[in-house]
Ligand binder design. Structure first.
Ligand SMILES: Nc1ncnc2c1ncn2[C@@H]1O[C@H](COP(=O)(O)OP(=O)(O)O)[C@@H](O)[C@H]1O
Ligand SMILES: O=P(O)(O)OC[C@H](O)CO
Length: 494
């Protein structure tokens, strides 16, 4: 039996290749950031070739660092930023346009036009989603409309669409496999989550030719093998899940009612709802968690578009801190937020507001405002947005949570976790491995090739690092003022 599993974790701002051992521990990592393109306000693009080259580099690099070769790897699992849309030429393997990233709002107006009561109902019923520029469908439409001849080429079967998992699978298999898994398909707004098929009516609504779409598979099976020329020998690719669903699995939220929140570029709160699709009355999304051995597990999700990216914004745009972890000490230098609120509506607001036209807003600044207040307001923004989603989730599911499992880059921030506990009143549980996104895909791949035997075996690998309990500090004013600030950030873009 080979020694390791590799997860290919294609995030929004960086990509990683992570080697896991049989105990589910991380034994080596290679990570590289890649370029973000902002061609116009509200637009976000990636270069698909760079996504592939960066990922290929990290896999080669992590094998080298570990002194391992392809035969030491039992399987590869892929997890990825979801919804991001790539269209490529099947013959040349070249993308015909930059990837349109999940955060990109260029199709907001086009989506607004589609929002009749009947169509909103139809889309929610079939896909579990709300009509929004966030999902892939309107992004595919945009590419087909704006690249010369693209619609015709797509109709002739010359073009392929994929989310980042499909693109990487295609590249890793040397153009042999064009597939995705149900969790990624469920984010396109073209996939019927009940019948598990691409939906003819939705394809018609967006005029997307079916021939462009990948085959939809389960989340844990062998999809194909890496081209032998890439890493010296073939490696089976055996697990795929969108990053948030993968984190739900990695957190071992495998029973209905269990919830996790991932603090990455965005914040994504996801609840396992078992074999039931909960139709949200409060603008949460019903989505597919995973499919294993033919059995589908559904989930309820609150997607917050800007999470850790608020810290990245302070670091990269304003040079406010040199690195993300520095924000914690800066925020700790003050007692409270000093009346400052920072609503990160940079790309519109996601759950539970879904306002495509909000922008970022900082309010409450006075002559006494210090850097620390702004740092604290930034961390509070992550926690307060997450609080709004957990409250909404309780309304939709009827389940009052007692604890919240957390992961993702910013979950390392202890002050943030304490604030999260204070504003929600929940026990916050941080596992030893916060790379649960990557861990989930490793588990899915490992299960498919018999590296791990069953869910019970991997369940025992999850362990707690630290918990945070409510400190009893009064948070009522902070919550009230946050809501007022959010209302002011809405509908700003005309
Ligand atoms: N200690 C920290 N405190 C607050 N934010 C942090 C901290 N460390 C990382 N971040 C933020 O978390 C994000 C990175 O998390 P990660 O899970 O790697 O994201 P992704 O998978 O979306 O690329 C970045 O936006 C970064 O600004
Ligand atoms: O890159 P992340 O981890 O913030 O995740 C992006 C999400 O998948 C978008 O839906």
């Amino acid at each position: 039996m080979s020694k390791y599993i590799i997860t290919v974790d294609a995030g929004t701002t960086s990509e990683r290749a992570i080697i896991f051992n049989k105990k589910g521990e991380i034994v080596n990592v290679s990570q590289r950031e890649f370029e973000q393109f902002y061609p116009k306000p509200g637009w976000v693009e990636h270069n698909p070739l760079e996504i592939w080259e960066t990922q290929k580099f990290t896999i080669t690099d992590v094998l080298e660092k570990q002194g391992a070769n392809a035969s030491d790897i039992a399987a590869i699992g892929i997890t990825n930023q979801r919804e991001t849309t790539i269209v490529w030429d099947r013959k040349t393997g070249k993308a015909i346009h930059k990837a349109i990233v999940w955060q990109d709002r260029r199709t907001a107006d086009a989506c607004e036009v589609l929002k009749t009561v009947e169509q909103m109902d139809l889309v929610q019923h079939k896909t579990g989603l709300l009509i929004d520029a966030y999902f892939s469908a309107s992004k595919i439409r945009w590419i087909l409309d704006h690249v010369d001849g693209a619609q015709e080429r797509a109709e002739n079967g010359e073009l392929a669409f994929g989310t980042v998992d499909s693109w990487l699978l295609w590249k890793l298999t040397g153009g042999k496999v064009h597939a995705t898994d149900v969790s990624n398909a469920s984010r396109t707004m073209l996939f019927n989550i009940h019948t598990l098929e691409w939906d003819e009516e939705l394809l018609k609504m967006f005029n997307v030719p079916k021939s462009m779409l990948p085959d939809v598979k389960s989340s844990s099976e062998v999809y194909g093998h890496t081209d032998a020329d890439l890493f010296g020998a073939e490696i089976p690719i055996a697990g795929i899940a969108g990053d948030q669903q993968s984190a739900l699995f990695g957190q071992m939220c495998t029973e209905p009612g269990m919830v996790k929140n991932t603090y990455g570029t965005g914040c994504f709160m996801v609840m396992n709802t078992g074999d039931k699709v909960i139709k949200s009355k409060h603008k949460l999304l019903s989505t597919i968690g995973w499919q294993i051995d033919g059995k589908v597990t559904y989930a309820l999700e609150g997607s917050i578009f800007i999470g850790g990216a608020i810290v990245q914004f302070l670091r990269d745009n304003l040079h406010f801190v040199d690195n993300a972890p520095e924000i914690e000490a800066m925020a700790k230098s003050v007692e409270d937020n000093g009346g400052v609120y920072f609503v990160p509506g940079f790309v519109g607001l996601g759950a539970p507001h879904w306002d495509q036209y909000s922008t970022g807003l900082m309010i409450g600044l006075t002559r006494g405002t210090q850097k620390g207040h702004i740092a604290r307001a930034a961390l509070e923004a992550l926690a307060l947005q997450s609080m709004e989603v957990i409250d909404t989730m309780a309304l939709d599911s009827g389940i009052e949570q007692k604890e919240l499992r957390v992961d993702g880059g910013a979950s390392a921030n202890n002050l943030l976790m304490q604030i999260q506990s204070d504003v929600t009143g929940l026990k916050i549980v941080r596992p030893e491995i916060v790379e649960t996104t990557a861990q989930g895909a490793a588990f899915l791949a490992g299960l498919a090739v018999g590296y791990w035997q069953n869910k019970e075996e991997i369940q025992s690998l999850w362990a707690i690092d630290k918990t945070f309990e409510p400190s009893g500090v009064d948070v009522e004013d902070v919550k009230k003022n946050w809501s007022r600030a959010v209302e002011r950030a809405k509908a700003w873009v005309a």
